[in-house]
Design a protein around this ligand. Sequence first.
Ligand SMILES: [Fe+2]
Length: 372
Amino acid sequence: MIRTRVENLKEGDVLAYPVIDEAGRVLIGAGIPLKAIVIKRLKELGFNYVYVEAPGFEDVERLEMISQNTELEIIKTSKDVFGKIKRTQELDPQKIQHLAVTVINEILSKKNIAIVIDDLMVSSDYLFRHLARTMLFCSILGISMGYSENKLRDLAKAAFLHDIGFAFIDESIRNKKGKLSPEEIETIKQHPKLADVILSKNKFSSAVRKAVLQHHERFDGSGYPSGLKGEEIFELARVIAVIDVFEAMTSDTPYRKALFPSEVYEYVMSQSGKLFDPEIVKLFSKKIIIYPTGTSVILSNNLVGVVKSINPSYPLRPVVKVFAKMSDDGTVTYLERDMEIDLLKTLDVVIVGSTDLYGNIIDYERDISVSY
Ligand SMILES: [Fe+2]
């Protein structure tokens, strides 16, 4: 099985996993050769990556993920909460607590779960998908940071609620395509404060409130609403800030197509100590998987292969099943026999980009230099 971008799918490719909608219904089944019209539909549904069958890569397994039921539950709860809050200003802390416990327990039950940008299912609204993923990724990061049960729950709840203030901002501004006017930007910037009003009305703890109110504060003091700096910013808000930006940049939004996870990763790293807390960025870099199993990659020694398995402590140094060599003019020559390269043991080789199923480079970077 290989993971590929939907835009690189060709007629006849076969999905390894079905595509489901947010009600859990199968939209496109696995095991059937794709027709052009179905590929078009996948693009329209907003999918970026899918898993397809590929001869020779039957032994590549998909990474451990959160179950579809849990993801469905987060998306459903976010829709319910948003719908209700607009009408009644009410938010049930018990409901959010229950969701936080479900998500944390599920992550704890999976040994190697990491932060991976993969589309599990269709969700019609970018905001709901964003809340679900921010909650998941923050919880994964919080667990890896050794947070106590209480702290984890506060983090998960705040991550889920961080953009709840948008419920009170006109959808035409929130979903506007193109540039926002200075007035519209000011309106958008109200969302942390609007959320705080609701959270205090509904008796959320001060930890959850602070984490939500401060999620746009930035480590160097350039954020809002208060321009707090460094450790003046509540720790959980510093965690959400990293994940929020990372998630938003790797997703299609109403105003911009998703960037490659590798590009966003580089951006987050470059902002360590500037916009983001360097300690949190360091932990994030150990939990994020830019090239999940099944991704076709090109290595710095010009070999092309597919990520076969992840070394959990060094996700940027996976085991790669190599099948071709790329010359400087981009021609791909297939090797007589596949071979495996463990990048944890071959330290002079790094992944420099990803390719599509046919060896065409789709994302190439010259310097990924990461020190742990
Ligand atoms: Fe926000």
